[in-house]
Design a protein around this ligand. Structure first.
Ligand SMILES: Nc1ncnc2c1ncn2[C@@H]1O[C@H](COP(=O)(O)OP(=O)(O)O)[C@@H](O)[C@H]1O
Ligand SMILES: [Mg+2]
Length: 226
């Protein structure tokens, strides 16, 4: 069995165990597919919407808008595979294998980022809550930043909840982006401009001071704040 055997037939509710949750999706594991996670898009009724902002208004009133982000994410991932160097191991993004029907609705099939091959790895937020990051983590985070920049993949939500630590397959660790692919703005400037992509990433990485890190904008590396 390949580690990435994917389900082709409808998954039953009883096969799926919810392991995590974000604002937009519920995340499931399935014993038959230990290398994968399955993501279910929450309908707007299940989400905490604000009463006034545009996104909440569109979610309530535009049928199908709740799948907009996931469709942008999917297209962005496909473009990265088709246009990139095809060294998927160097792409610091969780692999996406398409969709599978289930009793819970359509599920997106993704590579599970894990340290031990079973349970999902910790997010950067979780590591930050535990205390200072290890040197090995800081080095892996620098590699993540550089690879994300080099990949030219547009992103819109690079934050500590969407970056997960996993094994790199060579006895070391890596950080991987599991969410926030693509430019979801009306005018997708980040898709076309390397300068804008870089600027936005720098802005995001500058905020990692909350993890006790300083970001070097020239080298695209992190160091421990002194
Ligand atoms: N591929 C993955 N491997 C391991 N954990 C994941 C993966 N995708 C998501 N997670 C976990 O589930 C949480 C929510 O997933 P995410 O895709 O970010 O949902 P949302 O779109 O609602 O923000 C993440 O913060 C992370 O803890
Ligand atoms: Mg998320």
């Amino acid at each position: 069995m390949s580690p990435f055997d994917i389900p082709l037939q409808t998954l039953g509710k009883a096969q799926l165990l919810q392991i995590s949750e974000g604002a937009e999706r519920s995340i499931y594991a399935c014993d038959d597919y230990p290398a994968l996670v399955f993501k279910r898009q929450k309908p707007w009724q299940e989400r905490q919407l604000k009463s006034w902002d545009l996104k909440s208004f569109l979610l309530r009133n535009l049928p199908g808008f709740h799948t907009y982000h996931v469709s942008v994410e999917h297209k962005t991932y496909l473009r990265a595979c088709l246009n990139g160097p095809l060294d998927l191991a160097a792409l610091p993004i969780a692999r996406i294998f398409g969709f599978v029907p289930s009793e819970l609705g359509p599920l997106q099939i993704c590579e599970k980022i894990s340290l031990d091959g079973h349970s999902p790895g910790p997010t950067l937020n979780a590591l930050g809550r535990k205390g200072v990051l290890a040197d090995e983590d800081i080095a892996a985070l620098s590699l993540f930043a550089q690879r994300l920049l080099q990949s030219q993949v547009p992103t819109h939500d690079v934050n500590g909840a969407n970056i997960v630590k996993g094994a790199d397959g060579n006895g070391g660790v890596r950080f991987v982006l599991v969410d926030g692919l693509g430019d979801v703005n009306l005018i997708p400037v980040r898709r076309y401009s390397a300068m804008v992509r870089r600027t936005r990433l720098v802005k995001r990485f500058d905020r990692f001071t909350k993890f006790g890190l300083v970001f070097d904008r020239q080298q695209f590396t992190f160091a421990r704040a002194t």
